[in-house]
Design a protein around this ligand. Structure first.
Ligand SMILES: [Mg+2]
Length: 366
């Protein structure tokens, strides 16, 4: 089965996050829309697969990587020999970067190829990964940064009322975390993602102040993200489990994180770190090192679906990140959302769901 076409589609779906938020905490842009880059791979057998690359401000760069670097190598290649094709692409393109837009682009292709493979064999992705079969996986609500403690509390309450038993904050102050714990009560898991703001000493100091809130993990506490030595020291001295990994991109980088003893929880991202193959390999390596895998999946398209399938098949204690946005429309329809903090694992072939064509047409960026 040969690849005949690769198409990139950007969609921008308006959303709110419950109340005034500080989304400018990431990427320096006050987002009004959830911007996603979808990739549609067609074959001469008439089967099409869908992938997703990390979105937002980086979309134009990733698009060029797909259209001008990757597609010319892929047209005519065998869509079903995923490992060989991906290895060939990684080798040919390594001089253009082992992280960032080129790897986001390769990640989206990998997801689409797994979707095609599943459709061709009639099996859902979780079954192809040959793991445990689960009907449902737990989801956690991943909140934006609200800054104001009363707004943090209001949105934590909203997530609890929707049935989430685990909630992640993106706050960076002690009062904001205190407000979340008070609103959630003692029985809901709270995680804190700070997005790499601190030096090693600042992170240890903050972790000690935050210990009282019984956090399930502290995510990316140190700048720069690849300072694995500091992560290991913060993990030892801060008294809170440490999570990271969405900004690693290759299996070697994950190996370095594990060998440094940097992590309790590793967070590979399907649309940033090698797609389904990337997650499959990180799950296997993490198992050797006794590290729990909870993927980064701040997506609503194939990036999210691949995290759900990989967790359903490969995780002993599955937990999937769910972006806590109120979107004007959803790529898989309004019904594909977590209910009582759980996703139903799609059982159709491949990813199990294709994006809604009407939603794509309505929100496609020109
Ligand atoms: Mg994060």
């Amino acid at each position: 089965m040969q690849i005949t076409n690769i198409e990139t589609i950007e969609v921008r779906i308006p959303y709110t996050a419950g109340s005034a938020s500080q989304t400018s905490a990431w990427g320096g842009k006050e987002w009004q829309t959830a911007d996603a880059l979808l990739v549609k791979v067609s074959t001469d057998a008439g089967i099409t697969g869908w992938g997703e690359a990390f979105g937002y401000n980086v979309i134009p760069a990733t698009r060029v990587a797909i259209n001008e670097l990757i597609a010319p190598i892929c047209i005519g290649a065998d869509a079903q020999d995923i490992d060989s094709l991906m290895l060939d692409l990684y080798r040919k393109l390594h001089i253009f970067g082992r992280g960032g837009p080129v790897i986001y682009a390769l990640s989206s292709l990998d997801i689409a190829l797994w979707d095609i493979a599943g459709k061709a064999s009639g099996q859902p992705l979780h079954q192809m990964l040959a793991g445990k079969s689960r009907d449902q996986v737990s989801a956690y609500a991943s909140l934006v940064r609200y800054v104001e403690p009363d707004q943090v509390a209001a949105n934590v309450t909203r997530a609890c009322e929707l049935g989430f038993r685990a909630i992640k904050l993106h706050e960076i102050t002690v009062p904001a975390v205190a407000a979340a714990r008070q609103a959630a009560g003692p029985d809901v898991a709270i995680m804190l993602d700070v997005n790499c703001p601190w030096t090693r000493d600042e992170a240890i100091d903050m972790a000690k102040q935050l210990q009282q809130f019984d956090l399930a993990w502290l995510e990316e506490p140190v700048w720069p993200p690849e300072d694995h030595t500091s992560l290991a020291i913060i993990r030892k001295q801060g008294g809170i489990p440490v999570a990271a990994g969405e900004n690693a991109a290759t299996l070697q980088q994950y190996r370095h994180l594990f060998e440094a003893g940097a992590l309790d929880i590793v967070q590979p991202s399907p649309a940033k770190s090698g797609g389904v193959s990337g997650l499959r390999d990180v799950f296997a390596l993490a198992d050797e090192f006794g590290v729990r895998v909870v993927p980064h999946s701040f997506y609503e398209g194939p990036g999210l679906l691949s995290a759900i399938h990989c967790c359903a098949a490969l995780a002993s204690d599955p937990l999937v990140e769910w972006r806590f946005f109120d979107c004007e429309a959803r790529l898989y329809g309004d019904d594909f959302v977590p209910v009582d903090g759980k996703f139903v694992v799609p059982n159709g072939p491949g990813l199990g769901l294709d994006p809604d064509q009407d939603v794509i047409e309505r929100y496609q960026a020109t």
